[in-house]
Design a protein around this ligand. Structure first.
Ligand SMILES: Nc1ncnc2c1ncn2[C@@H]1O[C@H](COP(=O)(O)OP(=O)(O)OP(=O)(O)O)[C@@H](O)[C@H]1O
Length: 269
C-alpha cells in the first residue's frame, strides 16, 4: 500500500474493475487511488458513463473490484454494510410503507437488540426531524413530493449511523429550487454531525458549494482520477455570499476547464 494511504479513514487503493459480457471485457476503472479523512465531504464529478456509480458501488460493497480494494478504518470492504449507507438518485423508498415505517425498517435492522423500542422510535423521529420531515411521518411515498422523498431517503441513511454516507446524484431528479434547498440541508447536517460524505454529481456549482475536495474523473474506458481539487472556502457556506467570491469562481473555473477543455465528452459510437 502507498505510504500516503496509511493513515486515511477510507482508503481506495489502486481500484480497477472490468466487466465481461458475451466474450468481451470492458475495463471501466483503472488504478483509482484516493484517501479520505473522517468528516470530509468529497464530490466525484465526471462525464456520463465514466464509472462514478461503479466506484461508489465498490465503496458500498455492492460490487467487487477486479484489482485493488477499499479499506474503511482498517477493515477491507467486501460486502454491503450499515457503516456505508447509500442514497440513490431515485429515493428507493418502499411505496406500501409510511415515511416513518421506511426509516424504521432500516433502524430496526441495525439497532434491534441494541436499543429499546422506545429508543428506536425516538431515534427515527430525531432523524426525520433532522431533514424536516417529522410532520409527514404517516404519509406514504406517493403522497409526498420528490424532494421530500429524497429527504426521507437521507434520514433513513443517516439513521443507520453510517461511518460514511454515499450519495449517488441525490438531487439529480429535482427541480433547481428544491435542489438548492436540499443542498443547504445536507450542508447543515454535515456541519452538525461532521460525518464523512462522498457524493456523485454532474453539477459543478453543487460540487464547489458542498465539497472539501472535488475528485475529477477522466473519461472511460479505463477511467481514473484525473485531478483532485481542494475547495478552500470557509464553512458555513452561503450560496449568496459566494456569487462574487474569488475562491469559489477559481474552483468553478478549474472544474469546467477539466471537464470541457481537457476531458471533453465524446459519445461512444
Ligand atoms: N454490472 C455491469 N455490467 C457491465 N457493465 C457495467 C456494469 N455496471 C456498469 N457498467 C458499465 O460501466 C460504465 C460506467 O457506468 P457508471 O454507471 O458507473 O457510470 P457513471 O459515471 O456513474 O454514469 P452516469 O453519470 O451516466 O450515471 C458504463 O459503460 C456501464 O455500462
Amino acid at each position: 500500500m502507498d505510504a500516503c494511504l496509511k493513515d486515511a479513514y477510507l482508503k481506495i487503493d489502486h481500484v480497477g474493475i472490468s466487466f465481461s459480457r458475451a466474450g468481451t471485457t470492458s475495463e471501466v476503472l483503472r488504478d483509482v487511488t484516493l484517501r479520505i479523512t473522517a468528516g470530509e465531504f468529497v464530490s466525484i464529478i465526471g462525464h456520463s458513463g465514466c464509472g462514478k456509480s461503479t466506484l461508489l458501488n465498490i465503496v458500498a460493497g455492492l460490487l467487487r473490484a477486479s484489482t485493488g480494494g477499499v479499506i474503511l478504518e482498517e477493515h477491507e470492504v467486501n460486502e454491503p454494510g450499515p457503516d456505508r449507507a447509500v442514497v440513490f438518485q431515485n429515493h428507493s423508498l418502499l411505496p406500501w410503507l409510511t415515511v416513518y415505517e421506511n426509516v424504521a425498517l432500516a433502524v430496526d435492522k441495525v439497532f434491534r437488540g441494541k436499543r429499546s423500542r422506545a429508543e428506536r422510535r425516538e431515534w427515527i423521529m430525531e432523524n426525520l426531524a433532522l431533514v424536516n420531515m417529522a410532520h409527514a411521518k404517516d404519509k406514504r411515498p406517493a403522497e409526498i413530493s420528490g424532494g421530500m422523498k429524497q429527504r426521507v431517503g437521507i434520514a433513513r441513511a443517516l439513521a443507520m449511523e453510517p461511518k460514511i454516507l454515499l450519495l449517488d446524484e441525490p438531487f439529480g431528479a429535482l427541480d433547481a429550487l428544491t435542489r438548492a434547498h436540499l443542498q443547504d440541508q445536507v450542508m447543515e447536517i454535515h456541519a452538525r454531525l461532521n460525518n464523512t460524505m462522498i457524493m456523485i454529481t454532474h453539477d459543478v456549482d453543487e460540487a464547489v458549494l458542498l465539497s472539501d475536495r472535488i475528485v475529477m474523473m477522466t473519461n472511460g474506458p479505463a477511467a481514473t482520477i484525473g485531478e483532485v481539487l481542494t475547495v478552500n472556502l470557509a464553512r458555513p457556506r452561503r450560496r449568496l455570499d459566494l456569487v462574487d467570491d474569488h475562491e469559489y469562481n477559481r474552483c468553478r473555473a478549474a472544474v469546467i476547464e477539466f471537464l470541457y477543455a481537457r476531458n471533453r465528452f465524446v459519445e461512444a459510437a
